[in-house]
Design a protein around this ligand. Structure first.
Ligand SMILES: [Zn+2]
Length: 239
């Protein structure tokens, strides 16, 4: 695995507001603590989410962008970017690959964190079609698009964005995690980040308990012992 000392910039690519907070906000908080620059890239605004349908989709999109910026701030992330694709309709298109490759070339991350492109047959929620599409398009954007100067030549020609090689990818939400991050010292910040998504989780009874027990379960899976919390990822070497 990539040594922590060689990770200077991290790009987190997800489908919806709150995905990054469920999957990786604790790990992100610890990266930021160590001086790593973290950027969030959201493919949709989550405009089809939430139970408060007094808002139309554009009102919901605006609310959810605001909630995501607040959640990011809790873990020290201020660079939050949105691609504005329609929620619930994401496919791993060439256009999406180019849009993600553009941001990879702009941000030049050592590590990319994204969603698992394969269906998880143990739990259904991690495998929302938008999550799988974003994970697949992001892996394609990492290899070959961002690193090949001849892929999407307009990025170099028109925008001056040189090829960039991402050194490692972490996938969240899969059924076969092989790397666990002990987030015990960041669990309160992860929870606060999640609770920033008021339109999504504000009405859920026992939500804090749910997050803690899920994170404790991952810590147990990782063999970290009692009273610990973790996030799990499948690591993909890209070299
Ligand atoms: Zn989602």
């Amino acid at each position: 695995m990539l040594p922590l000392s060689e990770i200077n910039r991290v790009l987190v690519v997800t489908a919806h507001p709150d995905d990054a907070d469920f999957g990786s906000a604790g790990s992100v908080a610890q990266f930021v603590d160590k001086g790593v620059e973290v950027t969030y890239l959201l493919v949709t605004d989550g405009d089809a989410g939430g139970d408060d349908r007094s808002l139309d989709n554009s009102g919901m999109a605006e609310l959810r962008r605001t909630e995501q910026r607040a959640a990011a701030k809790v873990v020290g992330v201020t660079d939050v970017r949105f691609l504005g694709y329609p929620d619930g309709q994401v496919v791993p298109s060439l256009e999406l690959r180019r849009d993600i490759a553009r941001v990879i070339r702009q941000v030049r991350p050592d590590l990319v964190v994204t969603q698992h492109p394969d269906r998880n047959y143990r739990h259904i929620a991690p495998s929302h079609p938008d999550h799988r599409a974003v994970g697949g398009a992001t892996l394609d954007a990492v290899y070959p698009d961002a690193r090949n100067p001849h892929a999407f030549p307009e990025l170099l020609r028109d925008e001056g964005l040189a090829a960039w090689t991402v050194r490692e990818v972490w996938l969240s939400g899969g059924s076969t995690p092989d790397h666990w991050v002990d987030i015990t010292d960041a669990i309160d910040r992860k929870l606060a980040a999640l609770q920033s998504h008021v339109s999504q989780v504000g009405h859920i009874e026992g939500f804090a308990e749910f997050v803690r027990s899920r994170s404790a379960g991952l810590a147990e899976q990782a063999g970290l012992g009692e009273g610990r919390y973790a996030e799990g990822f499948q690591v993909v070497a890209t070299g």
